[in-house]
Structures are given as structure tokens and as C-alpha cells.
Design a protein around this ligand. Structure first.
Ligand code: RIB
Ligand code: CA
Length: 322
């Protein structure tokens, strides 16, 4: 699968990128960054850090994208992901980045009509900006797979809304109305992708390599947040699950729903509203991943993120910042 990954790293975005780059099904044409979990400078430098850690022979280009939502003020989640957005692991190494994420999405889509899938793991600002800038160019995308939305409450950033949709509800509404085939991987499903601290400990027992240390540091920050919020040492693998389903839709059960996105309200902005009234034309029809083979997902997650080929051997990354 040829794909562009639009992302706001973020701990679970980092795990999702490590999953994608280790996936034989994936041919990553570009990574585009968006403001979300942290600001655009931090999400972009984190994307560079994650690719450095992955030590790929031919890493995909990274294009920096939108710094602010279409209409609202930015909403960040440093309380979840850490001030640096990467559980304190950002290495501070110098980097240079391309800009023009929106133009890159449109260029790659136009040059490869019907070939490119867009995997959106953050607020949909870049995606909506591309749709606005060139609707016919955007229509060359094969599909858009989105981690976002809560079909049924509760949300996570408010009682009604999921973070990616709440952070830019206008973008979410516009993208869900686009003509390109869409699949939502919503919070309803991703909160079932529960990684327990004990499981990670079993996976990384007796391992001191940089991959084991990096993933452990990322997840331990996540465990800390979730234990404070939910009283247990676990975390939800939102973006890795969306990535796994994008790369292999057979993992999921897909339903079709008619929905609309609320764009107003302190609590409701970004809320997914299902229109259950018969014979109505409001809102938009979207595919929604409603279930998944979680055992197979976690098998692939361990294989591709925690223990990719060569992870146990030589140091694939300089000593981690503590
Ligand atoms: O609500 C979870 C989503 O919001 C994930 O993509 C997480 O990284 C944040 O972007
Ligand atoms: Ca994300």
C-alpha cells in the first residue's frame, strides 16, 4: 500500500510510525506533520527523531504542515504526551525539514491518481486544507483512513468529543464530506486496543537495546497518564490500531454510518452526531471500523514495533536521553 501519513507525534503517533515503517505492506511516500498533541515545531521535530531512531536506509520525506486549526485556537495534549510530545525522549539533535505538507499531499495525489492512501493520525487540518486548495487534486486520493471521532460518548478530550476531531472540528466536518472513500477508526474501537504494562514488560524482559528502551520510555509515560485517569497501568494504542487497519482492512469489521460533525460548543465541538432518522439526506456516509482482531493486532504490534528485525542486536540509535 502506497501511503502518506499525516501525524501529530505524540506518543501513540510515534508507535504508529514505528509500526508503519516496519510493515512490509507499507510504501510510505511521505510523512506530513500537523499541530495537535503539541505544537507544529515539536510534532515535526518528533517525526524526524522517530525516523532517526528507526534508522531506515531510505527514510520517507517529512513535510511540515499547518500550525493552527482552520478556525479555532490550538488545543494541545502535553499533559498526556509530555512537554516535548515524546515522553521526554526528544534527543535535541539538529534537523532540517521540508515545509508545504498540504502542497505535498496534493502533488503526490495528482502524480499518482487512485494510488495513494492518506492515513490521518492527528487533527484533520492539513487534510481539509488540501481539500479546500484543490478539490479535484484531492479526489485523486484512493482513500482516507482516519483515527478520530467518538461515535458514542464518552469522548476523551471532552465528555462528547475525541481529541483529533475536537482540536479542529471544522476540518473534520469538511473532510468527512469529501467525495474520497473514508474509513474512520474511532475512539470506540481504539480504546479497546489496551496495552498493559505487564505485557510490555514481558515483551521487553532482559532486553537493553535502544528499541526496547525507546518504546518502554514512551509507554511508561502513557501508563502514568492512564493510571492517573483510569487507575490502571495500561494505555490505548489509538494510532497504531488505525495504522494496522489501514494497512490490512481485513483486521476490522466495517460498518457504514450516516454522521455529521458538530463544530460549536465548548464540550460538543468535534462530536460525531449520528442521524438515525429515516429517509434523511443530512450529514455524510462514512465507513467505520467497529471491531477488530485484537489478538492479531497485538501480535503484529510486538513484531513490528517492539521487536522489529535486528532490534535486539546492534544499537540502532545513540544512547537515549534519560
Ligand atoms: O484521541 C486520540 C488521538 O488524539 C490520537 O491520534 C492521539 O495521538 C491524539 O492525536
Ligand atoms: Ca495522533
Amino acid at each position: 500500500m502506497r501511503l502518506i501519513i499525516d501525524t501529530d507525534p505524540g506518543i501513540d503517533d510515534a508507535l504508529a510510525l514505528l509500526y508503519a515503517v516496519a510493515s512490509p505492506e507499507a510504501r510510505i511516500e511521505a510523512i506530513t506533520t500537523v499541530a495537535g498533541n503539541v505544537d507544529i515545531v515539536k510534532t515535526t521535530r518528533n517525526a524526524h527523531h522517530i525516523l532517526r531512531h528507526a534508522a531506515l536506509p531510505h527514510p520517507p520525506p517529512i513535510f511540515q504542515g499547518c500550525a493552527t486549526p482552520l478556525h479555532r485556537q490550538p488545543v494541545y495534549a502535553e499533559h498526556v504526551h509530555g512537554e516535548d510530545g515524546l515522553a521526554g525522549q526528544y534527543d535535541g539533535l539538529p534537523y532540517t525539514t521540508e515545509h508545504g505538507a498540504v502542497e505535498a499531499i496534493l502533488r503526490i495525489a495528482r502524480q499518482n491518481p487512485g494510488e495513494i492512501s492518506l492515513l490521518a493520525l492527528g487533527p484533520l487540518t492539513n487534510v481539509a486544507a488540501a481539500l479546500q486548495a484543490d478539490p479535484s487534486g484531492f479526489a485523486n486520493l484512493k482513500q482516507v483512513v482516519i483515527m478520530g471521532g467518538a461515535i458514542e460518548p464518552p469522548g476523551n478530550i471532552t465528555p462528547l468529543a475525541e481529541f483529533n476531531f475536537h482540536a479542529d472540528p471544522h476540518a473534520a466536518r469538511q473532510v468527512l464530506r469529501s467525495p474520497v472513500p473514508l474509513t474512520l477508526v474511532p475512539l470506540d474501537l481504539t480504546r479497546k486496543a489496551v496495552l498493559h504494562k505487564e505485557t510490555l514488560r514481558a515483551w521487553t524482559a532482559d532486553r537493553t537495546d535502544s528499541r526496547a528502551r525507546f518504546v518502554t520510555a514512551l509507554c511508561h509515560r502513557y501508563f502514568h497518564f492512564y493510571s492517573a485517569m483510569h487507575g490502571g497501568e495500561f494505555c490505548f494504542l489509538h494510532d497504531p490500531l488505525a495504522t494496522a487497519i489501514a494497512l490490512d482492512p481485513a483486521l476490522a469489521r466495517i460498518e457504514t454510518l450516516r454522521v455529521e460533525i458538530e463544530t460549536e460548543g465548548e464540550m460538543a465541538a468535534g462530536m460525531v452526531v449520528r442521524d438515525l432518522r429515516p429517509h434523511r439526506e443530512t450529514g455524510c456516509i462514512v465507513n467505520v471500523a467497529s471491531d477488530c482482531s485484537m489478538e492479531e493486532f497485538f501480535h503484529r504490534f510486538e513484531e513490528r514495533v517492539v521487536r522489529p528485525r535486528g532490534a535486539d542486536s546492534a544499537e540502532s540509535y545513540p544512547a537515549m536521553t534519560q
